[in-house]
Design a protein around this ligand. Structure first.
Ligand code: WTA
Length: 665
């Protein structure tokens, strides 16, 4: 486990007494599902929990049977801790399950996506059209030499060609690795190299808050050091000027036109690697989380249907995440398409051209289900109720939340101002590693408490444990998962040892999620945030070590320590304590330069909100940086136990600096 684990675990205990948690403790409002909601709900009886408890494997087997398999499995589960195989020996194709089978069932003319670009351009794409485009592009990839098992990197804006690219990879058994379009060229390069991707699919650019994001330019910077890439396929989105390297780069539109034929879906093994998705851990090197095919699709399809109470024929579903994160993979692409749902796909930010863009979209498309993150909700709260208030949101019948703990105030605001005081809210806990939702209410069954993710879903087994791994029946501790689940990660790409160490070594026989959790007197679960060195900024995971490495990479910096401080809008904000090399001037300009540097190295999401210069950092006698103390300073709290400090004066000095240091926004 990481060096700071013990420090951070005491932080959790301390946080149990902090005002936020007391709010939770005082939270005694309960919202029962409306009778009308219960009557129409797909799942409205506790039997589903009972069935899953009685025989978890049989429960998942029945879910897997709802998919279309070209070869049936021989065994449901093979479990050699920590390596699981689900639906062993079975074969299927994800793109067949998401597209062909619906078209074969007469749903070809059904809308798969209502796409809206940030500038206001619209496209309606049916299942038949999506199937045609995916099959054609799968043929293009084949012609470029992409074969089953090859890795393909994707670096795109939120446009239809992004799901098309993912599904085209899945169609021919290639493994995709989507890199969020907000990441820097360096981050893209590292991810391409780790996966040894053969092809990169990108766009000339994308739109964000009215400006152009130069994706091709960033790709070109990355591509100077990515020897594995043979071809780059570029979608024309913005029409901005880009360089095309002859022999390597081609335009998507041109190859789509010139390629004859369509690729058929290739059946792959249930355990075949569907995708890699990189996420931050407690070290500087992002982890390539591996997800397989059969188990992943079975759990994603089930959870999508059950948690969002999906009525295939009437719902218009909108998950407002970015496909570059796992939420978009599972709940914009694979879950909704497997369930033959109509989704909204929106490219841009919520405040362009004005702060009511989302509510306009909901009104226009008659969205019935909205899935978003607490950080967005808190931003809307800050902007004011006049924006949602000026639109008809009465089509909405269910709301979802994901990415970080949702504070009861935000939950209540969401219900009142977006959900007209009647929509159930499903607060869904899960991770890149879990692949699909694990803890969440079922909206036709569960009585809701604002701020609680409530209970594990049917088929999922979790325990909150204490420091030594004993089960905590009531009270706080660490969240663990005690049995394998179908969509669980199959490992960290190229690093099985790190997989075992990160997730399976802290508590024997249990998966350690890295989150604190509490169980209240009614058995409800309350997630308390990360207990390791991973920050959660606007629902995105950023590793303290990764930001520290980026800072130390700057020629002026001698040493850096980074912590996440509570922030009313973004959940946590990044605060960097920096010691400069001698002779360097700790000016405001230098602070700005360092913030920019981190942005270039990792991406804008990792840019520190505040940089505090200090002559020294608080350390234990063995030289470990005491982040807990820095967090106290960052949040203006009284200092905790400082007896293990090498030089107590350092903290006092930092505290004084923090009080005078200008806050950046
Ligand atoms: C946090 C996002 C509280 C948690 C799907 C987890 C949450 C990390 C919730 C995973 C929630 C996600 N309540 N915390 N409903 N959902 N988290 O990998 O700390 O981007 O470990 O996956 O987000 O973030 P990731």
């Amino acid at each position: 486990m990481n060096d700071n684990f013990n420090l951070d675990s005491s932080q959790t205990t301390q946080e149990n007494n902090s005002p936020t948690i007391e709010n939770y403790l005082l939270e005694d409002r309960v919202f029962k599902p409306d009778t009308s909601f219960i009557h129409q709900a797909i799942y409205n009886s506790l039997d589903i929990y009972k069935d899953a408890d009685e025989n978890t494997e049989l429960f998942w087997e029945k879910e897997a049977e709802k998919l279309s398999w070209s070869k049936k499995w021989e065994k449901v589960l093979e479990w050699e801790l920590p390596f699981a195989k689900w639906f062993v020996g079975g074969e299927l194709n994800v793109s067949y399950n998401c597209l062909d089978r619906h078209v074969e069932n007469g749903k070809g003319s059904k809308v798969a996506y209502f796409f809206e670009g940030e500038p206001g351009d619209k496209r309606t794409i049916t299942y038949q059209e999506l199937l045609d485009e995916v099959s054609k592009f799968a043929q293009v990839l084949t012609d470029f030499g992409v074969k089953k098992g090859d890795r393909v990197a994707i670096y795109m804006p939120m446009i239809p060609e992004l799901p098309v690219s993912m599904l085209a990879c899945a169609r021919i058994g290639a493994t995709h690795s989507v890199v969020f379009g907000g990441f820097s060229s360096e981050a893209l390069k590292d991810r391409i190299n780790d996966a040894e991707a053969k092809v990169l699919i990108t766009a000339d650019g994308g739109y964000r808050r009215g400006s152009l994001v130069p994706l091709k330019q960033s790709s070109d910077e990355a591509l100077s050091e990515t020897p594995s890439i043979e071809h780059v396929i570029v979608v024309k989105r913005t029409g901005q000027d880009v360089n095309m390297t002859p022999g390597r780069d081609v335009w998507y539109e041109e190859v789509m036109k010139s390629t004859p034929g369509f690729a058929a879906p290739v059946p792959v093994d249930s355990e075949h690697l569907l995708f890699l998705l990189y996420t931050s851990g407690t070290t500087a090197k992002p982890k390539g989380i591996m997800h397989s095919t059969g188990g992943y699709l079975a759990q994603v399809a089930f959870t999508h249907k059950a948690v969002f109470d999906i009525h295939e024929d009437s719902d218009i579903y909108w998950c407002a995440a970015d496909i570059g994160w796992v939420t978009g993979h599972s709940y914009i692409v694979y879950g909704p398409l497997a369930n033959c749902v109509t989704s909204v796909l929106y490219e841009g930010t919520p405040d362009f051209p004005d702060k009511d863009r989302w509510w306009k979209l909901i009104e226009e498309y008659n969205v019935t289900i909205l899935y978003t993150a607490p950080t967005a909700i808190r931003t809307f709260m800050k902007w004011g109720t006049q924006y949602p208030g000026s639109h008809d949101l009465s089509s909405l019948r269910l709301l979802g939340s994901v990415g970080e703990p949702i504070n009861p105030e935000a939950w209540m605001w969401y219900r009142k101002h977006i959900g007209s005081d009647s929509c159930p809210i499903v607060d869904t806990w899960w991770q890149t590693e879990t692949g699909a939702i694990m803890i969440s209410p079922l909206p036709g069954i569960t009585d809701l408490k604002p701020g609680s993710a409530t209970f594990t879903l049917p088929g999922i087994h979790a325990e909150v444990v204490d420091d030594v791994g004993n089960k905590v029946e009531r009270g706080g501790g660490y969240l663990t998962l005690t049995q394998p689940w179908p969509s669980m990660l199959r490992g960290i790409y190229g690093d099985p040892k790190r997989y075992e160490e990160t997730y399976w070594s802290r508590f024997k026989g249990k998966y350690f999620a890295g989150d604190g959790a509490k169980i209240d007197d009614d058995g409800y679960m309350w997630l308390l945030g990360r207990v390791d060195d991973v920050m959660n900024v606007s629902g995105h995971r950023v590793s303290t070590t990764e930001v520290e490495s980026a800072l130390v990479d700057h020629p002026s910096v001698a040493e850096a320590a980074v912590v996440g401080a509570n922030d009313a809008t973004t959940g946590q904000a990044i605060m960097a304590f920096v010691t400069l090399k001698s002779g360097e001037d700790p000016s405001q300009d230098k602070g700005e330069e360092l913030r920019k540097h981190v942005s270039t190295k990792i991406g804008a999401i990792a840019r520190p909100k505040t940089v505090i210069f200090t002559d020294d950092l608080p350390k234990t006698r063995s030289g470990k940086i005491m982040r807990r103390l820095l967090r106290d300073v960052a949040e203006g709290r009284n200092l905790g136990d400082v007896t293990t400090l090498a030089d107590p004066k350092v903290v006092e000095e930092i505290k004084n600096r923090a009080q005078v240091s200008p806050q950046e926004d």
